[in-house]
Design a protein around this ligand. Sequence first.
Ligand code: FPP
Length: 241
Amino acid sequence: MGFFFRRKEIKASAVPETLPRHIAFIMDGNGRWATRRGLRRENGHRAGAKTFREIARTCFQRGIETVTVYAFSTENWKRPKNEVDEIMRLLSSYIDEAFSDFKNEDAEVRFIGRREGLSPELQSKMDKLERASEGRRYRLRIALNYGGRDEIVRAVNRLIECGEREVTEQMISGALDDSKAPDPDLVVRTGGDTRTSNFLLWQSAYAEYVFTKTLWPDLTPGEIDEILSDFSKRHRRYGGL
Ligand code: FPP
């Protein structure tokens, strides 16, 4: 299946020839990172937001066209209100900065996930940022209030609303939140758990997975290079031989 912990002995090397076109990250471990330092979990998310920018920038610099990050799931509302508020604040202030951020990397920003449930101010900022960054070469996708099953159900309902009575795989792919991006070639989960947690369920059918014990705020460009080197050695068969 290709699910395994990345081997530590793989050394960073020059950017490999076979790069993923699309890499997706489950940014797990912010809470533990903070708790281990005697800090509040919110501090972990703040550190995580910093790491997110560095890692996204690294991926674009390496030539990866699309980067998706799982910032907030449809299940994350169950967390204490303080923590939810802090993540929303971070996202909101990130969006403010994102108007200039990633300009150098020529990246457009897209949000995937359910818009309802987010504050009207946040929704309006998200729309503005998407419009302002449209047409750039690289694509940064932020999964916010996102659930893979929820996305598939909303896609099918969109097709039904358009009058379809029977759907095909192509039609579902085309009705997802952002059908412009290619499917992820590689999904990386930090924090040591080996779950997919309802992330890009439809799109990851043939993705390679890397699970690393590194907590998200500790992820470095050097480890990204190791992961890319590991990816370039994998033989993807897509169900064939
Ligand atoms: C999972 O770690 C992380 C989250 C639920 C939030 C991720 C949010 C950010 C990195 C900050 C904002 C993002 C952007 C794009 C600006 P966890 O809290 O489950 O960690 P734990 O497993 O150690 O408790």
